[in-house]
Design a protein around this ligand. Structure first.
Ligand code: ATP
Ligand code: MG
Length: 893
């Protein structure tokens, strides 16, 4: 093997790691040679830099080949953002001046009231030299590990730079004269807003009073402004702790547009001088990831002395809590901030530096945990606004979400929306968006179940019933190849996920963002707008969230082939690609981004019209957080969840303690129940999850109304009766074994269903999904409970309660009316020829047929295993093959 082979293997491995198929990876290497960038480009765009005049496209194979070049090439595709230079990024002194000199990136520098060119230049030079010197001293003192509080030179230099910053601010924190008026000026000048929102004002009041505060407000409500304004009100610096590089990048870019200097520090920051400059007070707002801030405690302590730190803002603070989603262990260590930046530790500080924690998705236990974990003060002000987003229209649809046939069905409307007529398919791909025969009759949103779905349901029933066969799940044979796409086994997923705390999703060539221009005049929007919930959507982009990296590529590719301008986004894709996707999405030239959680929290684009979750989210917090990317302009937007309602969702693999696993199951279960609900408004369910009560009409259930109630009395009676018999309940309600010792009843739901089918001909064909739904209803009524110590997504070991026993005893008197849940509706839907399905169902109820089928299944799988063994024996690249060859050689000898 020569060096070239090693390089090729390495690149192929990298490409597979990014989620590309082996065949595509090798094809790309064959065409473009051993260059990772070119190979990625080749796969994504069917071209490479070398044969494309150096232009970097970032779309996946897009069918709009004719106008692709002119229309979709990012305007700056060929010019990378200029690498930062210490002379490039000085804090602007005031708005902008048309006459002011511009650097290469169009950034203007001008002093307060400075209208003359020469004056501006002179001031810049002065500050440049200050900062350069301060920067050098910073690094020197850094290496000496000393706090240079008494170092006259450093203090002098920094304060000189600081005087410049002071002249920029409208007034200092200590001067609290008519602060609302001043904030009003800043709002208009920098952001183009006319007034603060109520919660923003409260947060600023808390900060002005040097108090900690926890801001809980809906996604898109404007939490960022709460910590951005303090940076403009004082000469001090605001430090923002933020979990994702994509989010920091997003905010820095926006601030730069609004004339506020900002930078981010962390693994995505390639320019080490940015950190020095930040620690010398050169940026008004410094974004840092939690891992980095822990390393910067000492320089930050110096910064706190001069020019001062106005505030520590901890954005997306739910990451602190083990009880929340997206838990980041390093967020917990942020209690160091209070320990190091209090008035006792810092002589110059009269008060502890205030902490401002912000999130849109914290349940009540999470809020408590946040305050305790961060050691926030007992007087922490909790600023709570409604989590409700009146313009978001929620819905849930059943889908297998796994194959191209599901995509055709589920994305038909989406493609139609975005399709530009007469598009020709690139690379000879069939333009599927124009296929009119793609089961349009069968398709209707909601709980319809196609024949394919029913077979999936049977698969799942087989899997559930057949524990012996579970061991073979990974050992896929021809018979089970259809299952392959469906089953997200641990082995399949392990390498496919974007786990939040390893997300290193974006870096940029320049990670600092000097203030550039005056604010664009953005109109404030009325929150009291009334929404026509059945109205049609305006045009705008879509984000599709999927659980695995591979699916981002598959779906983006599918959409591109159908004529949609779509791109994939996940943490392992090439950084250049991610940067382009990010930029193009914001510029509006991308129609759809198919992403993992790496493109979730905090992304702020105003006109996202649709958020599609394609596959089960892991928690309602994550779901609501990602759904919150929609409709940030206040206009109507759709949040659709497509999930396989016939399967109980599984946890995606991640490192968790037992306690965390339990919590993760609880969150998954809440998510499952949200989708199964057919009666309560989804928006109400969601905000209710965060402890808020309200009434509103804003989802598919509100529009269609709940399904008709059914009298489920006989089903409930037989279910509870079997449960009672199974667990050996006696008339006194307790359970005894033969030795008259009290036992805890524990019946598996599957066994209960089998017993019901054996006992009653009437219920022989009732589907497992239906019983599963009934079990949840009985659980909600308090008639049964989960008998296992583990938390399960759906009830697994139903246990009869006292209340259930009483219901059984009074059975002749009461009816039992209830609304069927989503899985029950799915199981009873009869829009497809039902005969085969019911035959199968009946078959499973018959113990003999069932035994034969299970035997057949095991036989088929054994046959499959033998076949693969045989293949391995003849394949010299496998261990078995080499052993077999050796053995046969010996026997021949
Ligand atoms: N006072 C205001 N008046 C009008 N618009 C505002 C105001 N404050 C913020 N906004 C707008 O609200 C939008 C969302 O702001 P921001 O990104 O801060 O939301 P957020 O609450 O942090 O959301 P998320 O929880 O999703 O991160 C911004 O684009 C901003 O322009
Ligand atoms: Mg935010």
């Amino acid at each position: 093997m020569d060096g070239n082979d090693v390089a090729t293997d390495y690149i192929v491995a990298k490409l597979i790691d990014m989620g590309f198929e082996f065949a595509k990876a090798t094809e790309a290497i064959e065409v473009v040679g051993p260059s990772l960038d070119d190979a990625v480009e080749f796969i994504l765009n069917g071209s490479c830099k070398s044969n494309n005049n150096g232009r970097a496209y970032h779309f996946l194979s897009c069918s709009t080949s004719q106008n692709f070049d002119e229309e979709y090439v990012p305007s700056h595709a060929s010019k990378r953002m200029k690498q930062s230079n210490i002379t490039d990024h000085l804090p602007p002194l005031c708005g902008t001046d048309k006459n002011a000199p511009h650097n290469a990136s169009g950034v203007s520098f001008c002093g307060t009231g400075g209208t003359g060119r020469s004056k501006c230049r002179k001031l810049d030079q002065q500050t440049i030299s200050n900062v350069c010197a301060a920067s050098e001293l910073y690094s020197a003192s850094e290496s000496a590990q000393q706090v240079p509080e008494n170092d006259v030179n450093v203090t002098e230099l920094v304060s000189r730079g600081n005087r410049r910053l002071q002249s920029h601010s409208l007034f200092d924190q200590e001067v609290e004269l008519d602060w609302e008026q001043n904030i009003g000026d800043i709002l208009k000048k920098h952001f183009g807003f006319f007034s603060l929102k109520g919660f923003q004002k409260k947060a600023l009041e808390a900060w002005l009073a040097n108090r900690d505060c926890l801001v809980l407000a809906a996604t898109g409500s404007g939490k960022s402004l709460c910590f951005q304004i303090p940076a403009l009100l004082t000469s001090k610096i605001v430090i923002v702790i933020s979990p994702l590089i994509s989010l920091m990048h997003d905010q820095c870019l926006k601030l730069a547009k609004h004339g506020v200097s900002a930078c981010f520090l962390g693994s995505g920051q390639p320019d080490s001088t940015v950190e020095y400059k930040a620690m010398c007070g050169m940026y008004k707002i410094v974004y840092v990831c939690p891992e980095t801030i822990l390393r910067l405690i000492e320089p930050l302590r110096r910064l706190a002395v001069n020019p001062g730190i106005a505030l520590f803002a901890i954005d997306e603070v739910h990451c602190v809590s083990k009880w929340g989603h997206d838990f980041r262990p390093d967020y917990r260590r942020l209690c160091m901030l209070r320990e190091n930046f209090n008035s006792c530790n810092l002589k110059s500080q009269q008060f502890d530096i205030p902490l401002m924690a912000l999130t849109a998705t914290a349940t009540i236990p999470v809020r408590k945990d946040i305050i305790e974990s961060l050691h926030m003060s007992k007087e922490t002000e909790i600023i709570l606004t409604s989590f409700f987003r009146p313009n978001l229209r929620f819905s849930v649809k059943h889908s297998r979400t796994s194959s191209v046939s599901s995509y055709a069905k589920d994305f038909k409307d989406l493609i139609r929306n975005y399709m530009v007529p007469k598009m020709t398919s690139r690379k000879g791909h069939k333009n599927i968006a124009y296929e009119e025969n793609d089961d349009s009759e069968n398709y209707s949103p909601g709980y319809d179940m196609s024949a394919e779905d029913k077979s999936s349901l049977l698969d799942s029933e087989e899997d559930e019933d057949d524990t012996i066969c579970d061991n073979y799940k990974v050992n896929l044979t021809e018979d089970s190849s259809s299952l392959k796409e469906n089953q997200l086994t641990v082995e399949y997923l392990e390498d496919e996920l974007d786990i939040p705390y390893v997300v290193d999703d974006l870096d940029v060539s320049c990670g600092e963002f000097p203030g550039t221009s005056a604010a664009e005049n953005l109109k404030t929007r009325g929150t009291s707008e009334l929404y026509d919930i059945q109205g049609s959507l305006e045009e705008g982009p879509t984000i599709i969230y999927v659980p695995t990296r591979k699916e981002t590529l598959k779906i983006a590719e599918y959409l591109c082939r159908s004529g949609v301008r779509a791109a994939a986004y996940h943490a392992k894709l090439a950084k250049t690609h991610l940067r382009h996707v990010h930029d193009e999405f914001h510029q509006g030239s991308l129609q759809v981004v198919v992403a993992t959680i790496a493109f979730g929290m905090g992304i702020d684009k105003s006109n996202v019209r649709r958020i599609i979750h394609y596959g089960w989210p892991q928690s309602l917090e994550a779901y609501y957080q990602e759904a919150g990317r929609a409709g940030r302009d206040g206009k109507l937007a759709d949040c659709m969840l497509y999930a396989n309602l016939s399967r109980i969702p599984t946890l995606l693999p991640s490192q968790r303690s037992d306690e965390q696993t339990k919590q993760a199951y609880k969150m998954l279960s809440d998510c499952f129940r949200y989708a199964m609900n057919t009666t309560t408004c989804r928006a109400k369910k969601l905000v209710g999850y965060f402890g808020e009560e309200f009434s509103h009409d804003g989802c598919d259930i509100c529009v269609a109304g709940p399904p008709k109630t059914q009298n489920m009395k006989s089903e409930a009676v037989i279910f509870l009766g079997v449960l009672k018999a199974q667990s050996g309940h006696t008339s006194d309600g307790y359970v005894y074994d033969t030795g008259n010792k009290m036992l805890k009843g524990r019946s598996n739901l599957r066994v209960v269903i089998s017993r019901i089918r054996e006992q009653s001909h009437k219920f022989a064909t009732v589907d497992r999904l239906w019983w599963q739904g009934l079990a949840r209803i009985l659980e909600n009524m308090g008639y049964i409970r989960e008998g296992d110590d583990m938390v399960h997504v759906s009830i697994r070991f139903p246990e009869l309660t006292e209340l259930g026993l009483r219901f059984l005893h009074s059975e002749s008197e009461k009816d039992f009316f209830a609304h069927p849940e989503a899985d029950m509706l799915l199981a009873t839907k009869e829009d497809q020829p039902y005969s085969t399905f019911s035959e199968w169902g009946r078959g499973w109820a018959d113990p003999e047929i069932r035994r034969q089928r299970l035997q057949g299944k095991i036989h088929r799988r054994r046959k499959g295993r033998k076949r693969s063994q045989k293949y391995n024996e003849h394949n010299p690249s496998t261990v078995r093959g080499r052993l077999a060859a050796k053995l046969s050689k010996r026997t021949k000898q």
